[in-house]
Design a protein around this ligand. Structure first.
Ligand code: PMP
Length: 433
C-alpha cells in the first residue's frame, strides 16, 4: 500500500506539493509525538502539522471535544451563525488574549487557513485607514494568497515597503544583537520620516514576533517595542502574525507577551483549531469599521475545529504548557549549542520556546565577503533525509533553505526531547561524514 499510494499521489498531484517531496511517508496512525506509516515504521514528528499540533496528534482532550459535538446532533455546517460551540471557543480565546486588547476586542472568523486571516487583516487596516501601502519585513512569511504573498519576503504586486527584520546571525548591518536591532529600527524610522523616502502613509505594518518559515528568527523584545512606538506615534496599525507563534509555542501564550507590546490586530490560526482548520483575526474594537457583509465566506464556522480549538486552548492554559515550552526549549537549545561547538557546519542555533532552528553552513567556503559562512541547503536537505531514516521528521526553512526547524508538540516529555536530540545528532554526524 505504502509504495502504491506514494506513486499514485505523485502522479495525480501537482509537483508544487511541498512537504510530500521531502517526506515520502504515508501516515496511517498517530498519537502524541508519534506518526506510524503504512509501511509500519514509526516517526517522531517534530513538524507537528507545521506547528499546528500544540498537543501532538490525536490528544484525548481534542478527540473527546470532537466526539462530543458529533454525538450532540449539532449541525456541523452553520456558515457563521452563533452556536454554543462558537460561544465556548470565543470565551476561551478571549480569556487568553493579552490585555488591554482582550478588554475591548472584536473577533472576525476568517478562513479556514492562516493566509485567509492575513488577507482579512490587510483588508481591515486598509478599510480603517483608507490607505493601501504596507510595511512588511525581509524574510517574512504570511501565506500563499495574493495579499499575503505581497507581505511576505519577495516581489510584491502592491506598494510594500520592505523593512529590515533584525537578525543576530547574518545581521545586515554587521552588528547583531540589540545593536543590530536598534540599527534596523532606526532604518525604519528614517525611511518613514524622510519626506523624499517614498513611503507614503501606509495602511499598516505586519510582522511575525518570531519568523518561522524565514528560518526561526526571534525578534528582540526591544525591537518589537520600538516597532510598537514607531507605529503608534504615526497612527499606523500594527498587525502581529501569530499564526505559527501562538498558543504557547514560544514560551508565552502569545509571542507578543514576551515584549509586552499590544498589537492592534492579531492574526491567529494553526494551533487555535486544535489540528482542524480555523483562522481568526482579533483587533481593537475601534478598527471595526467594516459594514455588514464587508467580509464574508462560506467556511468560517467549522464547529469541530472550534470545539477542538477550545479544548486545546484550555488545556495549554490549565497545564501551563507555555511555561513548559520555555524551560524545555531552553534546555534543548543549550544541548544543540553544545552540538554546535563540536560541528563547524552548525553556523547558528536559535529559537524561542519549542520553536527551534539550526542553521547549517559551509565553513570551508571561500566566500570571504560575508562575516559568517554561507548557508548550506544541500547539507540541510541531507540532514533532513538522515533524520527521516532514523525516524525523525524535521522541516527546513530559512531564506537560503539552510535551517533545520524543530516544532515539536508542547506535550513533549523530557525523554522524547532527548530521543529527538539524539536522533538529530546522529543524523548530522551521518550527513557530514
Ligand atoms: N503566517 C505565518 C506566520 C505562517 O507561518 C503561516 C504558515 N506557515 C501562514 C501565515 C499561512 O498559514 P496557512 O498555511 O494556513 O495559510
Amino acid at each position: 500500500a505504502h509504495e502504491g499510494i506514494l506513486r499514485r499521489q505523485s502522479l495525480r498531484e501537482s509537483a508544487a506539493r511541498t512537504y510530500a517531496r521531502s517526506l515520502p511517508i504515508v501516515p496511517v496512525r498517530a498519537r502524541g509525538l508519534t506518526i506510524e506509516g503504512a509501511d509500519g515504521r514509526r516517526y517522531l514528528d517534530c513538524l507537528s502539522g507545521a506547528g499546528t499540533l500544540a498537543l501532538g496528534h490525536n490528544h484525548p482532550v481534542v478527540l473527546e471535544a470532537i466526539k462530543k459535538v458529533l454525538a450532540s446532533g449539532a449541525p456541523l455546517h452553520v456558515l457563521d451563525l452563533a452556536t454554543p460551540v462558537k460561544d465556548a471557543f470565543t470565551t476561551e480565546l478571549f480569556a487568553t488574549l493579552p490585555r488591554p486588547l482582550a478588554d475591548d476586542a472584536r473577533i472576525q472568523f476568517c478562513g479556514p487557513a492562516g493566509t485567509d486571516a492575513v488577507e482579512a487583516a490587510l483588508k481591515l487596516v486598509r478599510t480603517a485607514t483608507g490607505r493601501t501601502g504596507l510595511l512588511a519585513f525581509t524574510g517574512a512569511y504570511h501565506g500563499m494568497t495574493a495579499g499575503a504573498l505581497d507581505a511576505s519576503g519577495g516581489a510584491a504586486d502592491v506598494r510594500v515597503t520592505r523593512l529590515p527584520y533584525p537578525q543576530n546571525y547574518r545581521c545586515p548591518f554587521g552588528a547583531g544583537g540589540e545593536r543590530g536591532a536598534e540599527l534596523a529600527a532606526r532604518w525604519t524610522e528614517n525611511l518613514l520620516d524622510d519626506p523624499k523616502g517614498g513611503v507614503p502613509a501606509p495602511a499598516g505594518m505586519i510582522l511575525e514576533p518570531v519568523q518561522g518559515e524565514g528560518g526561526v528568527i526571534p525578534a528582540p523584545d526591544g525591537w518589537l517595542r520600538r516597532m510598537r512606538e514607531i507605529t503608534a506615534s504615526r497612527s499606523i496599525p500594527l498587525i502581529a502574525d501569530e499564526v505559527q507563534t501562538g498558543v504557547g509555542r514560544t514560551g508565552a501564550f502569545w509571542a507578543v507577551e514576551h515584549s509586552g507590546i499590544v498589537p492592534d490586530v492579531m492574526v491567529l490560526s494553526k494551533a487555535i483549531g486544535g489540528s482542524l482548520p480555523l483562522a481568526v483575526i482579533v483587533y481593537r474594537a475601534d478598527l471595526d469599521v467594516w459594514q455588514p457583509g464587508a467580509h464574508a465566506g462560506t467556511f468560517r464556522g467549522n464547529q469541530l475545529a472550534m470545539a477542538a480549538g477550545a479544548a486545546t486552548l484550555s488545556f495549554v492554559r490549565e497545564n501551563r504548557l507555555a511555561e513548559r515550552a520555555a524551560t524545555l526549549g531552553a534546555r534543548m537549545l543549550g544541548q544543540l549549542q553544545g552540538l554546535a561547538a563540536a560541528h563547524r557546519c552548525i553556523g547558528d542555533v536559535r529559537g524561542r520556546g519549542l520553536m527551534i532552528g539550526v542553521e547549517l553552513v559551509n565553513p570551508d567556503s571561500d566566500d570571504t565577503q560575508a562575516d559568517v559562512p554561507p548557508a548550506d541547503p544541500a547539507l540541510a536537505a541531507a540532514v533532513q533525509r538522515e533524520c527521516l531514516r532514523r525516524g525523525l521528521i524535521v522541516e527546513l526553512g530559512g531564506r537560503h533553505s539552510g535551517v533545520v526547524r524543530l516544532l515539536p508538540p508542547l506535550t513533549l516529555t523530557d525523554e522524547q526531547a532527548q530521543a529527538v536530540l539524539d536522533r538529530f545528532a546522529d543524523s548530522l554526524e551521518a550527513a557530514v561524514s
